[in-house]
Design a protein around this ligand. Structure first.
Ligand code: FE
Ligand code: FE
Ligand code: ZN
Length: 262
């Protein structure tokens, strides 16, 4: 993975901690991990941003689904200790008509049980599009989860801002980036913002859809990305592409974005 990243001009990357639809995993090979750590050191990589499976739902209305999500997240965090200083991003969950407040409470309870003092990973809550009963479609909902996680574990939490999701959630990133970041700062605090998923959107502002588009080819547009990658509050964060693309396509998007970053 480190070599693929280098070959396309990247200096960070995301990876799934297991099959994104869930499922089993094998133990990490320590030699593989060391090889990656060496590449990252030699090339000054930013922290890696792992992604937990999409299917995890810590606030499902079904006990067995919640239990599975807890076990998976706990196991992924245990294995990630091999790559200290990385991020593990996850989708907070869908409350399945139990209500936002109940969902927020279940997610925070799970994090209180799963995280531990001294862990080497920072867990990132992803900003969501607010599709269906998704929790995390507003900055306030993410703040509510974080507030209910106890210190010292709260210090292990951050947020990953997904530009497609935030746009689809109704925050006008293209028209008022400063305003959106001020709203984030007021609700969550910009100090918690640790990573950005850079995606254009196939749908209009506030559509609550979550369909990613290639950079500059969607509703956000290239000018919005020029402002995003150069904004003082964002420019030093790891940027991850989740656009519908292949490896050569990602190389092009990275060079396009590096051009915008100047
Ligand atoms: Fe995601
Ligand atoms: Fe994302
Ligand atoms: Zn998405």
């Amino acid at each position: 993975m480190g070599r693929d990243a280098l070959s396309i001009g990247a200096d960070t990357f995301a990876f799934f901690t297991r099959n994104p639809r869930g499922g089993r995993t094998r133990e990490l090979d320590q030699a593989d991990v060391q090889g990656l750590i060496d590449i990252m050191r030699a090339h000054g990589f930013a922290p890696l941003v792992a992604h937990a499976p999409y299917t995890l739902n810590l606030c499902s209305n079904r006990e067995e689904v919640r239990q599975f999500a807890r076990q998976t997240l706990a196991d992924d965090l245990r294995r990630m200790e091999a790559l200290p200083g990385s991020y593990l991003n996850f989708h907070p969950g869908s409350h399945m008509r139990q209500g936002v407040e109940a969902g927020v409470g279940m997610i925070a309870d799970a994090l209180n049980d799963i995280l531990w003092e001294g862990m080497a990973t920072t867990v990132l809550l992803e900003t969501m599009a607010g599709k269906g009963t998704e929790v995390g479609g507003t900055f306030r909902e993410l703040a509510a989860i974080i507030d209910q996680v106890n210190e010292p574990l709260r210090a292990r939490l951050g947020v990953c801002l997904d530009t497609c999701h935030v746009h689809d959630a109704g925050y006008d990133l293209a028209g008022d980036l400063d305003g959106v970041l001020a709203a984030f700062d007021e609700a969550v605090g910009l100090g918690r913002l640790r990573a950005v998923h850079l995606n254009d959107s196939k749908n209009p502002l506030g559509s609550h859809k979550d369909r990613h588009e290639r950079i500059g080819q969607g509703d956000l547009g290239l000018d919005a990305f020029a402002r995003i990658v150069t904004h003082p509050a964002l420019r030093d964060l790891p940027f991850i592409l989740e656009t519908p693309n292949d490896l050569p396509g990602y190389a092009q998007e990275i060079s396009l974005l590096r051009g915008l970053a100047g």
